[in-house]
Design a protein around this ligand. Structure first.
Ligand code: TXA
Ligand code: MG
Length: 320
């Protein structure tokens, strides 16, 4: 099957994307974290098609993306903590899990039948333009087949899902490079980070005025989607963590100035922000070059290193 066209985000292309979405089709769009495959969150047929295209277990709920806080407030119930986080972090790489509002238009299937909803206002101008044009929430999981590396470029999107999409909007390389920080703010429960990302737990705690807990390794799956494998975000190659050098038959993914000069390096200066932006693209590059095992040098648990290590542990987890 032929792959969807990759369009520069002109007004005409945004209008074409909006029309396709309103007709129940799927469109890939850039966000500041990773590329998403968007579908109309209010249309259960579109959401079912999206789950099928990704081959995603339908008990794993999706994030509803909206244009602004007024729209978000129609979908979820914000307590003071959630409101403070929304004010400070949106638009941006934060997802809030909140009690679902009675007025929510997001279909049950997108929420996997839960009484909570995951909401995000992306900062990328192309995502914003599409959300304004459709004037309804869009689910937008990462535009990869389930369990694989998230795409941070349109060529990666085309490789993953090209034949299932109406079109792909060009937005350049993703600035952040790893998925949004997910924080649950639910009644009578402590604030909980379900997935680490660009906003780290100290920032979340400070902004919300409450010490947030988590995440432990695999917590997201245990709490939300029990029975799911912790293997996720994985290249075809196997992954070995905390490698000091490549063994026979391995290729090294370096980090920092200690890496051998000829190694592919996430950040030669040891900058975790730069490493996050390079992570999925370099894993994909080594994978495409046919590496059997990717040996990854240690990455410090600071800044975006927490999110990088979370994704790498899943990439290295046993596969079934
Ligand atoms: O950065 C991102 O968030 C990207 C970009 C494209 O926006 N999107 C993304 O979506 O990563 P996705 O579908 O790949 O990740 C959704 C995550 C899943 O881990 C799911 O378990 C969690 O959000 N989630 C969704 N609804 C939830 C809920 N009600 N409670 C807890 N977790 C939820
Ligand atoms: Mg994903």
């Amino acid at each position: 099957m032929s792959s969807a066209p990759i369009l520069d985000p002109s007004d005409a292309a945004i209008a074409r994307a909006a029309a396709a979405l309103l007709a129940g089709e799927l469109v890939a769009l850039p966000t500041e974290t990773v590329y998403g495959v968007a579908g109309d969150a209010t249309n259960a047929d579109a959401v079912a098609r999206l789950y099928a295209a990704k081959n995603r277990p339908s008990f794993n709920p999706l994030i509803a993306h909206v244009a602004d806080l007024a729209n978000a407030s129609r979908e979820g119930v914000f307590d003071e903590r959630a409101y403070a986080l929304a004010q400070h972090c949106w638009p941006g790489p934060l997802t809030l899990v909140l009690p679902v509002q009675q007025t929510s238009g997001v279909c049950q299937l997108a929420r996997a039948g839960l009484d909570s909803i995951a909401l995000r206002i992306p900062a990328h101008p192309v995502a914003q333009a599409v959300l304004r044009a459709v004037a309804r929430p869009l689910v937008a999981p990462s535009a990869n087949r389930s369990g694989r590396l998230s795409p941070t470029s349109t060529s990666a999107v085309a490789e993953e899902l090209g034949d299932a999409l109406a079109l792909i909007l060009e937005g350049g390389p993703c600035r952040v490079g790893v998925e949004s920080t997910i924080v649950a703010a639910l009644p009578d429960q402590p604030l909980r980070v379900l997935r680490p990302g660009a906003f780290d737990i100290d920032m979340i705690s400070r902004i919300a005025g409450e010490r947030a807990c988590g995440p432990e390794v695999g917590q997201e799956e245990r709490v939300i989607a029990s029975g799911q494998l912790s293997s996720h975000y994985a290249p075809d190659a196997s992954v070995r963590l905390n490698a000091l050098k490549a063994k026979e038959g391995e290729v090294l993914l370096g980090f920092g100035p200690e890496a051998p000069a000829d190694a592919v390096n996430l950040s030669a200066t040891g900058d975790t922000t730069e490493a996050a932006a390079n992570l999925y693209g370099l894993l994909r590059q080594l994978d495409d070059a046919g590496a059997k095992t990717i040996a990854v040098m240690p990455i410090p648990e600071e800044g975006l290193g927490v999110a990088i290590n979370d994704r790498l542990r899943r990439a290295a987890a046993p596969r079934d």
